[in-house]
Design a binder for this molecule. Sequence first.
Ligand code: ADP
Length: 396
Amino acid sequence: MKIFVVNAGSSSLKYQLIDMENEQVLAKGLCERIGVTGAISHKAADGREYKAETPMPTHSEAFEAVVYALTKSDAKVIDSLDEVSAIGHRAVQGGSEFANSCLITPEVIAAIEEWSVLAPLHNPANILGIEACIKTFGDKIPQVAVFDTSFHQTMPPKAYMYSLPYKYYEKYKIRKYGFHGTSHRFVGNRAIELLGKENSKVITCHLGNGCSITAIKDGACVDTSMGLTPLDGFIMGTRTGTLDPSTITYIADKENLSFAEIDRICNKESGMFGISGVSNDNRDIGNAAANGNERAQLAIDMQRYQILKFIGSYVAAMNGVDAIVFTGGIGENDAELRKYVCENLAYLGVTIDDEKNAVRGKEVKISTDDSKVNVYIIPTNEELAIARDTLEIISK
Ligand code: ADP
């Protein structure tokens, strides 16, 4: 059975076709500049590639290009769309309505639309993707939505409430929702498998351009660092993470800034980029620091310190920890960061093996056999998680 996985952004579309018999990716690709010009780059598992610039005024034309790539191009992997059994969509904000992935119906589309107020960049793009799929694949093929927020719905109110007047929760649903849930669930479940015990305390660190850390007790999320939006938590590529809210009102007042400008500064101009002035990419910042750039070094020091503090707070929240997981581009690759964090958790009995920690992007236990806490690198695979959910739902 083949499942098509879609991650639709406002001007981009990422996809994978996965054969669920062996969970192998048959092809993957990316459409970019939708609504502006349009380009597709597509790659089959055996290395054949198809690239084209073709007008994509809307997501529908992008899907037509994808269908051509999958079924007709030199890098085709199937003869017809009939071979695709279902479509799984990455959906961003499901609010408190979706604690699980679900079959997409008109009611589900309406609910995703309703939650757009809390994800104005993402949810409308998800709907465009779903509607364009219906147009291209027909309305007979089952489609499933897998929300970034679902996994975090098990958080208790004491974790998800903000200490604002309660009326804002009642009026506007202002609370912590958390994001990256599909990734935290995927690597968290794998850590539980590796630990071999369901009753466990696991801390998962998803460190990429966006970063979040989640506390998972007995398989369920009890707290997570991102909040109402993916801006909350700790320093990211270009996002601030948690701030004293007064910094915003102060700067806005001094510089006469609008809400939109503040939003842009906090989401796009801050974080590792804002501190280092070099880049949002950890590799560039690391190189600059190695060449003596003090602000780059400061960004790195802040990143490591803030991650360490979040892990420490979740050890406190769960009264212990059995496993810590690193994932995402930084988590899977940055051995120095992992070493710093683990060395500063020595008080918990964490010890790591430097040789194992030198590994990049592979599943490996980096803690020593006598470490009191198991530390793992587990590469995330959100597309596979979406495909598995889709298969499970359509099999019911
Ligand atoms: P996204 O959130 O966009 O999916 P990724 O998970 O791909 O991002 O992570 C991107 C980050 O991973 C970048 O900061 C990049 O520098 C970092 N990264 C990738 N490879 C390495 C590496 N070898 N060493 C350190 N950081 C790396």
